[in-house]
Design a protein around this ligand. Sequence first.
Ligand code: PMP
Length: 415
Amino acid sequence: MQSGEQFSRSGSRVDPWRGHYAARAAGMVASEVRALFAVASRPEIVSLAGGMPNVSALPMDAIGALMAELVAERGPVALQYGSAQGDPGLRETICRVMAAEGIDGHPDDVVVTVGSQQALDLVTRVFVDPGDTVVTEAPTYVTAIGVFAAYQANIVHVAMDEAGVVPEALAETFARLEREGRPAKLFYTVPTFQNPAGVTLSAERRPRVVEVCRRAGVLLVEDNPYGLLHLDGDEPMRALRADAPDDVIYLGSFSKTLAPGLRVGWALAPAAVREKLVLAAESAMLSHSVFNQLAVDRYLRTQPWPEQMKDFRAMYRERRGVMLDALEKYMPPGVAWTRPAGGFFVWVTLPEGLDSKAMLPRAVQSRVAYVPGTGFYADGGGRQAMRLSYCYPPPERIRDGVRLLADVIGAELRM
Ligand code: PMP
C-alpha cells in the first residue's frame, strides 16, 4: 500500500474528490511550521524553529507512578466517557492556577478543551460566520490564522510595538472596519510573551486595550499559554481577564507548563458564552480524555509543581540568555531582535532587502532552521522577519545555531 502523494489505485495524482470539498476546506492549508518540522527534525540541523517545551525535564518516573495509581484507584472513572465541560476537580485546580495571574474565576465558567488550540477552534466556531472580521496582532500565532482561515474569517492585522498592541491603532482599526461595513467581531491577542514576537503588552496599555474593545463592542480573546513562564521577576503579569470578566474569553493550557502530549487546555468564559462552548465541544468530540484530565489534576495536586515551574523558568532563562548573547555577538549590523521577558520566542528583523523565506533553504543547507515571518501574517507581510525559539535545543546548540544563522545572513548581505 502506498499513501501520501498517490491519491487513487490507478496512481493518478488528481484528487478524485476535489470538486466535493466544502468551501471552507480551501482555507485549510499546511502551516509553514508544519512543513518545516520534517526538515528541521533531522539531527544534524540546529532547529530554532519549533516551539516545543523541553519535556525531558519532567519527572518521568513520578508521572508513570501517578498514572498507574490513577488506573488502580479510579480506573472505571478514568476510562469512561466524561462530560463535555470537563472534570469538575480539574476545573477547580485550573481556577487555582489562574489565580496567580489575578483571575478570580469560577469552576462553572471553565470549559476544558483538547489543548488551548481546541478552545480557539470552539470560540471561532461559536462566533465567526464566513466573512466575519477577526482582528489580530501583526504578527500573530500561526495556527490561530489557520483556525480563522478555516472558518473563512476576514483576518485584519493591527500594529504592535515592543510594548504590545498599540491601543490607538486598535481603536482606529475598529473604527475603519465599522465605516467599511465589516465591523470586527473578535480581537484575538496573545498579550503576554507573544508567539511569535516575544513581546508583552505593557501594564499601562492593558486597561486601555480592554476599554477600546469594550467601547467598540468587540469580544476580546486572550490566549495565554506562556503567562507562567515569566523569566524576569518573580510574579506573572496580571491577565487582561483579571479586570474584565464580562468582556474577555481567556484561553489557557498545560502544554508549556506541563506536557503538550496530554492535550489539556481550557477556556474561561462569561456564563452565556461558556454554555455555547460546551455545546460546541459536545458536538466536536462528545467528551475529553477523562484519563488525561485526571492525570493532570492529580499531578498538580500531588507533585511539587510550583517548584518545578521555578526550575523550568531557570532553564528557559538560561537558554534565552544564551540566545540573546549569541545574537549580540554574531549578528551583522542591521539585524534587530526583540528581548522577551518570558515565553519561548525571539523575533528577528533582517536588514532591508533580505527575504527570510527565500533564505531558508540556504540556512538549512548550513544546518540551521527558523520559521520565516510570513507564516505569522495573513496578508503576506513578514518577509523581512523570522521567529527563533530558545525553548528546545540545549544552550550550546542555541549558540551554534545563532552563529550559523549569522553567517548565512552575512553571506546574503554580500550577495
Ligand atoms: N496559542 C498559542 C499562542 C500557542 O503558542 C500555542 C502552542 N504553540 C497554542 C495556542 C496551542 O497550544 P495547545 O493546544 O498545545 O494548548
